[in-house]
Structures are given as structure tokens and as C-alpha cells.
Design a protein around this ligand. Sequence first.
Ligand code: GLC
Length: 585
Amino acid sequence: MGVGGNETTMTDLLDTDAPRATDRLADPLWWRDAVIYEVYPRSFADGNGDGTGDLAGVRQRLPYLADLGVDAVWFTPWYASPLADGGYDVADYRTIHPDFGTLEDAEALIADALALGIRTIVDVVPNHVSREHEWFRAALAAGPGSAERERFWFRPGDAAPTHWESNFGGETWTRLPDGDWYLHLFDAAQPDLNWAHPDVRREHEEVLRFWLDRGVAGVRIDSAALLVKDPALPEVPAHPRPGEHPNTDRDELHTIYRGWRSVTDAYTGAPGAVDGTRAGTTPAPGTRALVGEIWLEDTDRFTAYLRPDELHTAFNFDFMSRPWNARDLRDSITTTLAAHAPVGAPATWVLSNHDVTRPVTRYGRSASGFSFAAKRFGTPTDLALGTRRARAAALLTAALPGALYVYQGDELGLPEVEDLPLDALQDPMHRRSGGVDPGRDGCRVPIPWVGTEPPYGFSSDARGAVAADPAPTWLPQPADWAPYTVAAQERDPRSMLALYRDAIRLRRELLHHDESFAWLPSDDDVLAFRRGTLVCVVNTGDRPVPLPDHHDVLLASADTSDGTLPSDAAAWLAPEPNPTTQQRN
Ligand code: GLC
């Protein structure tokens, strides 16, 4: 589509792609190898000119997502919230944040997306709520010892009950003027729920049904391994044995997720299934999938959540955290596939998300792995190198078996914005680190769509035209982002966007529901594997390598016309003639 001129409209897409959309939605196994695009609603597109992204903006840009070829969109929280943690502090799951729109807008968005063959995944944050949630307000009002406080972790005492460290750094307990402490594994604005309380379990199953009834095809579960705590509140052992950590990966979690799985299974057309949609909304056929945000080093503990009666998939952060070298990446791929095989769950491949440093920046550094603890201002970065590697990584991940996640803006090769004015930073990770950690705002800067200066068409009017006099974007965009706009990249067949579009289309043509995978012999610095009729080769070394024997180069992240694969590049090869494919590089 043309971002400025709207060359492709929703109506065109509905006419031309209607059969494809229907076919896609009829597929019960869509979640096993879907391409899922993460939208951070505040920063994707603004449909009312106030400088904050919203659901009207996403609706206008759905043709862009259809052109990209994604199967589903995961929206980070769009609910009523004080936005103390970008919406991961939910005040009310049944109301859309007024900056983003209304419940009717969400229903219309889900329906419009389905009409284009795109499913919607919502984000649920069961570990904690906002301090503004009615339960927490009631707990504060009711005072120490009250039944209302039992839905949370309140404790009396002169000192904090434990020395647990917050995932955002600092304390996990905050003391109230009435003397009680309350637990928050994240910010003080995010009190942890007590999952031993029946209201907490019941309410979350109702929240799932609320959104499944509105046609969503899946739920991303925030901080999925943290919900259950040891009620004795012991300190964290130096080397906890599996299941022994007092607030992470506790065995009781599996019972909770078995309950959630029976909720989603009731919507998937199984015998006895409920209808699955409210009158007037569009059904989302096929499986309703549960996707866990699970950060665990132990791969067997990780895949235990993916047993057939628990979650469908979970994010593979091991792969995302690895540095750019063939040894690490090979090890992660092998370990991941081996760990998933026994439970029959597909792997997922994730290069980034709204929490981590953008890939073109990360891969342009001497320490190219990701770790929250290592984030610092002023880390030297070679963006040209990082971009070459991110292009190669895009082809690598798109060729692997399982589901693929694309975080908004990675398909444009956006770098992390590292020079945001300090007073613009909003992320509690920055504040709670005493300003040492730059925080996560740098990967959340509004998307550039068109034009040569901020706000690069981020804001539109109600008709979808670039807004005449928009408010400044909620986080400022860099002055040098003109080459990154969607419009600029649509004109350039060698752009990151063109590479992503080609990769997603070819992946669907050649690899759809193909779960085969076999390593091929290669140099130490090179990854080479075969998937069905495709061979993927990735060169992480510092000199070109000859391409293996092949019939066609189907797609490449760099020029391979001399028969070699340059340093930090990847290529998709057709080993044998295939009449349906042609060379693109
Ligand atoms: C998850 C989210 C992150 C949020 C945290 C607390 O890690 O991805 O953005 O801050 O949970 O909800």
C-alpha cells in the first residue's frame, strides 16, 4: 500500500484477498507457524492527531500489515491504565484506554483484521494489576487484616518481609502509611495478585472469555512464570533447585494454565464447544492460542509449560539473547528444537520486542547478545554492521520451523533511539535504576510512515490522510529517520521492508506447515540447514564464503552475484529446480 496516497485500500484488499483470508482463517493449526506482528498501540499509528497511537490508527494501517503478510497481530495492553508501565499496569480489562479508543473500536479492529485474514492476540497481565484497579483501591480502603487485602500480598511488620529484588531493580515491597507492606515484583504501581485466592483465578478466566467472546484468536500471557509465590515467603536461595524459587516457575502454575487451556479449548470447535463469539462480532475460527512470556534458562522447565494440555507456545528468549556468532546461534537452535520435540509444541523465534534493544543496534555492538543488566547509555554501536546482521537474522529466523514474531519497526530496521531527552523517558526501569539503565523507551518510539521530518506521517485524520497539524508524538522521533519511513522503503527493493515482505511471502509458499529441519555440513562460522525445498545459509564470519551448490538463490540479505555469501549475510537457496520460484536478491 502507499502510505501517503493510500494506493491500496481496505476495500481493494477485501476484494482481491478475500479467498486467501478465508483459507487462512479456516486453518486450525495456524499458530504452529504463524507470523505474528507485535503492535505497541501507543507507537504504531495515530488516528486522531494527538501524537499518541490508537486503535483508529491501527485500523487505517491494516492494509500495511496485510501487505507484509502477517497472520496475526499481538497488541500489548490496550486497557484502561495509568500507564505507569506502558499499560502493563491494568486498571480495567473490560475498558479500552481512552487515549487508544473504545471497546467498539477494538471490536471493529478485530473484525476488520479478520476480514483481511489477520487474527488478533490480546495481552493479559495476570501477575499484577494497577494500583488504580478497583480491587487494590478496595484493599487500601478496607485496611490491614481485611478480606479485600487477601487478593494481594499484604504483610504487617517493621521490616519488608523479604529481600527479593524487583525485575525492574530495587525493592519488591512498599510500605503503606497504615503499616502494611505490599508485594510488587515490578514497580510499586503494579501490586502482585495472590493466585491462591479464588477470586483471582475466577476473574482471569472471565477476562479470557470476555476477549475470546469478542473474536480474539489468542492471548499473550505476561510474566507467565511469576504468578505463584511460596506463601512462607522465604528468601531466594543462592542456587534454587527446580521449583524451589519462591516467586518464579513454581509447580502450581501448571494447574492454572491447564484451567486456561480448557477455557480456550472450549472455543476451538471441539465437541461441545461454545459458539465462541458474541452476536454482532466476527468469529475467529480455529484454535485460540495461549502464548506465554516465560523467561527461564532451564529449557526442560520452559517446555513443561507447553505440554499438550497447557500453553500452545512461549517466547524463545534464549535465541533472542544470544550473541551474533554461529556457535551460539547453532547451539540455541539445536537446544530449542530438541526441548520442544518431546512435548510436540512448535518453537518460536523472536528477535526483539517492546522490552529489548532493537536488533540493528544490538547486533552492531561488540557484545551483541541481549541482557537487561548490561544496558548502558553510550555503548559504541556500528549501525551499518548491525543492520547487515539484522537482515541476515531476519532470514535466519524466518527460515526456522515454528512461529515467528516481528516487533513493529524491526521490519523497517529502526535503530534503538538512544538520545531521547532524559525528561522524555517514561520507563520505570530507567527511574528505578537511578538513571543507570537507559530503560526501554528507545525501542518504543513512534513508527515513521511517510515524509522527511517528524512526525513522519505518524498522525492521520479521520479519513486516513496525514494530519495537517498534529500534536508532537508522545516520545520524540529522531530528525534523521526519513530513510526509515515505510514510504521510502516501499520505493527501494533492497530495503529492510522489502526483505521482510519477500521473506514472509516465500516462507508461506515454501514452508507452510513444514516442520522438517536438518543441519547441513558447514564451516564453524556458518549456519546451513535444509527445510523441505529450501536451504538457508548464514555467514557470521568476517570473510565471504562460497555458496553451497544450488539451483537458485531465492532471497538474500546481501549481494551474492559472485557466488559467495558475504560476511554477516544470509541466503535462501533452492537446491533443486522449482518451477514456482524465481530468483530475488
Ligand atoms: C513483561 C512485559 C513488560 C512489562 C512487565 C511487567 O515483561 O513485556 O513490558 O514491563 O512484563 O508487566
